[in-house]
Design a protein around this ligand. Structure first.
Ligand code: MF3
Ligand code: CO
Ligand code: CO
Length: 291
């Protein structure tokens, strides 16, 4: 690509006025093989139009999670939550990404107590007072994905240990996002999250993690929620990724339900919590696109 070509990002601008300095900066950087440092491929860099698209999808996705706050009550089934979410998403012109994704049968994930993630909504699952539940929603609008999840306490009150887990996991998410710096490294996120979780006596799920998101549901890089600073992929402006720590009260090990192939539970049966946001890396910091 030469100076006067159109930029590879699809902005329609000349390369020299768009990502030429960006490429030069990356080409001049040293990447440590020992730290597993890698360059982000161009497909992970979103242009203004892409960012607007993800942001619009995120507005609908946040609406789903707001709606769930109104509906979650003792006696409600997770099937009812799924139906309401599906109707909200489709009536706003979007598509629920989970539905039929790798045979996932529903439009949101509903993960209660010891369920770490990927719980499947069902008529048989009735919310009980004091349950902690994660609702994970991903919408697709005009081809753009926005992915976020929140924890809810059924009936508003739960045991103190459950409440502390939910709160500390939220802190883990915020601390992980605060660790994201343009021209930093993906490992900075896990280093910050892991330290906070462990200092509170919790463990971090390592089998699953965050991911690049935007024009596809799951892109590089894999975002670990524990690990070492300055390792992994370079974080460059225009990248969009999720931070979604899964934090366990007991050990970090999980098992996936053999029958449904999806529901991930803690091996020891203890509680797990998760919060997720879709985060854009900007020239100066970060911007939340869905939460
Ligand atoms: N939303 C989840 C994530 O944060 C993925 C769910 S996959 C599904 O990456 F098929 F279970 F929906
Ligand atoms: Co999600
Ligand atoms: Co995600």
């Amino acid at each position: 690509m030469t100076r006067n070509d159109l930029c590879w990002c699809g902005s329609g601008k000349k390369y020299k006025k768009c990502h030429m300095d960006f490429d030069e900066k990356i080409n001049s950087m040293k990447f440590s093989f020992l730290k597993g440092q890698t360059r982000p491929p161009h497909k992970l860099i979103n242009n203004e139009k892409d960012i607007e698209g993800i942001k619009k999808s995120g507005v609908i996705n946040d609406g789903v999670l707001d709606l769930m706050a109104e509906l979650i009550k003792p006696g409600v089934t997770t099937e009812e939550l799924n139906t309401a979410a599906h109707e909200y998403i489709t009536s706003h012109g979007a598509i629920p990404a989970p539905l039929n994704y790798g045979n996932f049968p529903k439009s949101i994930c509903t993960s209660i107590n010891d369920v770490v993630c990927h719980g499947i909504p069902s008529k048989k699952v009735v919310l009980q007072e004091g349950d902690i539940i994660n609702i994970d929603s991903t919408t697709i609008l005009d081809g753009y994905y926005a992915d976020a999840s929140r924890m809810y306490i059924v009936g508003g009150v739960c045991l103190p240990n459950a409440k502390r887990l939910v709160e500390v996991t939220k802190e883990c998410l915020e601390i992980g996002i605060a660790a994201i710096k343009p021209w930093g490294w993906v490992g900075d996120i896990g280093a910050a999250v892991g330290a906070h979780a462990r200092s509170n006596g919790y463990s971090v799920v390592t089998d699953l993690g965050g991911h690049g998101v935007g024009k596809e549901f799951h892109l590089e890089p894999f975002v670990q929620h524990t690990g070492k600073k300055e390792t992994g992929m370079l974080l460059a402006p225009g990248m969009v990724l999720t931070v979604e720590p899964m934090i366990n009260e007991g050990k970090r090990y999980i098992t996936v339900d053999e029958k449904d192939g999806w529901t991930a539970r803690t091996k020891d049966g203890k509680l797990s919590a998760q919060w997720e946001k879709t985060v854009l890396i900007t020239e100066t910091g970060t911007e939340i696109l869905s939460s």
